[in-house]
Design a protein around this ligand. Structure first.
Ligand SMILES: Cc1cc2nc3c(=O)[nH]c(=O)nc-3n(C[C@H](O)[C@H](O)[C@H](O)COP(=O)(O)O)c2cc1C
Length: 220
């Protein structure tokens, strides 16, 4: 598919048609992710694709249980906000549980940016260290590059994806499940996001994008 067409077709897909994904397509999608650039060529990613329905359900259950645990605490403070968070979980975090033929979990390793250890050595303030390690972290930028490749390759093969970070508050529980029950967790990695993937249903809406003048400054 022409790159421009792929870019224009890209949108978050939350509703799927009947149909599975052959393993070979998943392999091609992850191969594309693996061609992304990464800081110091660390290739700090690992992808776990799951087609097994029971495992997909269990992952959704883990997220829902964590959501409910948080919501029960929120109920004590603000029930309306808690109910909103419950609804958000259903519509934007686990919408794929019965319909997506596969989900893909992304794991990453910690990336220590240039200057971090050097700043630490000279006793820099916590805020400066957090700024380097957190907000501008190159490791997460590399993950973003790989994930966008994954997304675009999926479109190229006729699939639609939804990139998901809203389950990240259940990261510890998900990691424990992958490690203790499935025995597929990679030592030294952590869970960063997940994707729902499948054949897209028609007519899914996407929000408008900002105009060029709002996102671009050209200095001549
Ligand atoms: C880093 C990242 C995290 C996202 N997390 C979620 C999510 O947890 N749930 C969801 O339904 N969509 C999620 N999305 C999809 C965005 O909501 C979507 O990209 C945005 O609204 C623009 O819509 P479009 O992708 O259709 O252009 C995420 C996208 C990105 C890039």
């Amino acid at each position: 598919m022409e790159l421009q067409t792929t870019l224009e077709k890209r949108q978050s897909i939350r509703r799927y048609r009947e149909g599975g994904i052959p393993d070979a397509d998943l392999e091609d999608i992850i191969k594309a992710a693996g061609t992304a650039p990464s800081g110091k060529n660390t290739q700090n990613w690992h992808f776990i694709a799951i087609k097994n329905r029971q495992v997909i359900q269990k992952i959704a259950d883990i997220i829902c249980e964590k959501n409910e645990a948080v919501c029960l605490e929120m109920d004590k403070v603000d029930q309306e906000k808690a109910d909103r968070f419950r609804k958000f979980c259903k519509n934007f975090t686990v919408f794929w549980r019965d319909t997506a033929p596969a989900i893909i979990l992304t794991l990453a390793t910690v990336y220590v940016p240039s200057g971090y250890n050097e700043y630490k050595l000279i006793g820099a303030e916590q805020e400066i260290l957090l700024d380097l390690m957190g907000y501008r972290n190159p490791g997460m930028q590399s993950i973003g590059a790989a994930c966008e490749n994954l997304t675009l390759k999926a479109i190229d093969l006729g699939y639609g994806t939804c990139w998901l970070t809203s389950a990240n508050y259940a990261a510890a529980e998900l990691e424990a499940y992958l490690k203790d029950e499935l025995n597929i967790f990679k030592e030294g990695y952590f869970f960063v996001n997940m994707f729902a993937i499948g054949l897209p249903q028609e007519n899914q809406k996407s929000p408008a994008k900002k105009p060029l003048e709002e996102i671009f400054t050209l200095v001549k």
